[in-house]
Design a binder for this molecule. Structure first.
Ligand SMILES: CC(C)(COP(=O)(O)OP(=O)(O)OC[C@H]1O[C@@H](n2cnc3c(N)ncnc32)[C@H](O)[C@@H]1OP(=O)(O)O)[C@@H](O)C(=O)NCCC(=O)NCCS
Length: 169
């Protein structure tokens, strides 16, 4: 299968924070942001693979900054690396300053999606060809993150996570 660039899967969702989506401090509810990120990441994985995709795991989420009611929030998702049937998707969340229009990074997350056929069985996906320096760094680290996710899920023995172990020795 022909490789695709991360930019080909880029998915950008911009939306407001409405009253029904906030917590007791009038900031965006974490579960609402997780859902927005899942939606954007799922579209990105679908654009890369051109297949049905399912969320296999949420590998990392950092709620670094709260996002107040009324904010304009942009969720950007791109496939950083593809393996056999799985794809790592990195999501960056930006909040727009109402007056200046400047965007600052509020949160980030890493999800894994798997491409499946109509019966829900995993199917192969095209590889990723990173272009920018950041895309190359994310591509290189993705194998370690996959191994960590599989070890935590009990699907890989720590002994077999060669690239992950190399970080610690
Ligand atoms: C995701 C799913 C298709 C994987 O099925 P499976 O029987 O474990 O299939 P496999 O063992 O062949 O794994 C398929 C791929 O997923 C990867 N994978 C599975 N679990 C993973 C995890 N926790 N973290 C990272 N990758 C994972 C495997 O490494 C494999 O990747 P590869 O083909 O690129 O090497 C299956 O578990 C599923 O359908 N889950 C439900 C998905 C869903 O409904 N999501 C919405 C949440 S409500």
């Amino acid at each position: 299968m022909e490789a695709r660039h991360p930019s080909e899967s880029l998915t950008v969702l911009t939306d407001l924070v409405l009253p029904g989506e906030t917590n007791g401090l009038n900031n965006l509810f974490g579960g609402e942001l997780l859902a927005r990120m899942d939606r954007a990441a799922g579209i990105a994985a679908g654009r890369h693979s051109r297949r049905l995709v399912v969320t296999a795991s949420v590998n990392h989420v950092a709620f670094n900054k709260s996002i107040p009611l009324g904010s304009v929030v942009t969720v950007e998702a791109k496939v950083s690396r593809a393996f056999k049937s799985s794809m790592e998707v990195i999501i960056d969340v930006w909040v727009e300053d109402r007056q200046s229009g400047d965007k600052s990074k509020a949160n980030e997350a890493i999800y894994t999606f798997v491409a499946v056929n109509e019966s829900g069985m995993p199917v192969p996906v095209p590889p990723v060809q990173p272009e920018t320096e950041l895309e190359k760094q994310r591509f290189d680290a993705a194998l370690r993150r996959k191994q960590l996710s599989l070890v935590l899920a009990g699907k890989m023995k720590p002994h077999d996570a060669t690239e992950l172990k190399a970080l610690f020795v």
